[in-house]
Design a protein around this ligand. Sequence first.
Ligand SMILES: Cc1cc2nc3c(=O)[nH]c(=O)nc-3n(C[C@H](O)[C@H](O)[C@H](O)COP(=O)(O)OP(=O)(O)OC[C@H]3O[C@@H](n4cnc5c(N)ncnc54)[C@H](O)[C@@H]3O)c2cc1C
Ligand SMILES: NC(=O)c1ccc[n+]([C@@H]2O[C@H](COP(=O)([O-])OP(=O)(O)OC[C@H]3O[C@@H](n4cnc5c(N)ncnc54)[C@H](OP(=O)(O)O)[C@@H]3O)[C@@H](O)[C@H]2O)c1
Length: 460
Amino acid sequence: MSDVGSEQNPVRAAIVGSGPSGFYAMEALIRSEPAVLVDMFERLPSPFGLVRSGVAPDHPKLKKAIGVYQKLAESPEFRFLGNVTVGRDISVEELKNCYHAVVFACGAETDRKLGIPGEDLPGSHAATEFVGWYNGHPDYRDLEFDLSHETAVIIGQGNVAVDICRILAKTVDELKHSDIAKHALEALAESKICNIHMIGRRGPAQAKFTHQELREFGELTECEPVVDPKDLELNEASSEELADRNNRANRKSFEVLQSFAARPTPTRRRRCRFHFLKSPVELAGENRLERVVLARNRLEGKPSQQTARATDELEELACGLLFRSIGYRGVPIPGVPFDQERGVFPNREGRIVDGESAVSGLYATGWIKRGPTGIIGTNRADSVATVESLLEDLPNFGVTEKPGADGLKDFFKSRGVRVLSYEDWQKIDSAEIRRGEAAGKPREKFTRVEEMLSVIDQSE
Ligand SMILES: Cc1cc2nc3c(=O)[nH]c(=O)nc-3n(C[C@H](O)[C@H](O)[C@H](O)COP(=O)(O)OP(=O)(O)OC[C@H]3O[C@@H](n4cnc5c(N)ncnc54)[C@H](O)[C@@H]3O)c2cc1C
Ligand SMILES: NC(=O)c1ccc[n+]([C@@H]2O[C@H](COP(=O)([O-])OP(=O)(O)OC[C@H]3O[C@@H](n4cnc5c(N)ncnc54)[C@H](OP(=O)(O)O)[C@@H]3O)[C@@H](O)[C@H]2O)c1
């Protein structure tokens, strides 16, 4: 028998998830010296994770990574198994029987909670839901957002919060040539939202959004940014933070905020107001959200380590719609250790660990490995590092041969799981692009799994 990694006995690797971290792990594996065959499992019929269903529809340039993944998918060492949920359609133990290594690249699919009274009132939503809805993710297709109110509040000051505010702020004309889901465009066309409030718990020197994204608020057709100049008065530690040569990013954002504060009184129909040093302490209303109670915060701590501490000063903001955009969170998969506090799979350099010991053959990459931060490109180095750990472990795999997905055909048939190939996805992809042509959109997404499956049925 030959060693695992030889041409006769290639490493059989399963990747769970087809977002950026999954594709970059696949790339690192097939370009490595040992022979590796990769099967990528994806719970949706469509690949590409948050690049398809997270990245804002009006930012098409940022979706260009998909072209790289499409090229990688042509590799003969790669197979796509779409419409298969690991942990439901196949257990981790069953996967381990067929693969030497399983790399979890399943992202962070749910949201963090604020943990305050009234959080579950109708009208209060998670960013994950709204983002999934306007991007046509099938899980969120049937959600409804009441856009008949005039005021929307967004908690958090990261780039996801920025995306949500911008989508609420734009006109239909500004969105209609993007790949935004049809149902969302129709609902947004009727939107009465004209006051958008983005609430940050820390100050303008600590906001997580990036200046390029922030600057767009000064360029919208119907919406203007509003910043109170008083909010830009910094404490000593914050001034020190901004003066730090390595903190160009926050300095740039601060300059954009200064330019917003210097604008004349807004005259357009919509405005987006940026608040700082405020935290929600309660969402209140009779049977639905009517107002948010905000505590004024002060900053405590050394420069670059300042945290927000609530004071006794409270204010109320009437609103009918609220999104908490305070970070995504990983979801456990049965058979894999889970860090409840951080919402990730606990790991050391990508090797999944249970307490102190590494779990043989299980690896993690991307948001499920390090938590929900970082842009698309961040996942490349992360996946390369995980694959390095996996390849270091190669001697532990011995000489055992594993069948990969060839060993699973009857298994899926007996369970009634309809597994889609990459060619199947390409048919769905072409149909979406065709549907988009008539509307002048890059694509009109199918937003239900059944619709995607029927495209394949019709082509057979
Ligand atoms: C709203 C939003 C907008 C963003 N915009 C940008 C941007 O403009 N530019 C930028 O550079 N970065 C952006 N990012 C960040 C970027 O999207 C992430 O860094 C990246 O997608 C993380 O990659 P990932 O592979 O770890 O996870 P994901 O992209 O989430 O991929 C995970 C995949 O795993 C699949 N999966 C989950 N569970 C299972 C299971 N049990 N079985 C099988 N499959 C499973 C999911 O369906 C999904 O396809 C954005 C993030 C968000 C949330
Ligand atoms: N265009 C793009 O490139 C783009 C677009 C979207 C997303 N992304 C990336 O995707 C990643 C995730 O973005 P994200 O916006 O979800 O996360 P993020 O950048 O981590 O921002 C989270 C925000 O929520 C706040 N927050 C956290 N807990 C809170 C609480 N309990 N109460 C009030 N506020 C709270 C944080 O404040 P503190 O700072 O005080 O913790 C921060 O303002 C980021 O790396 C982002 O850059 C990129």
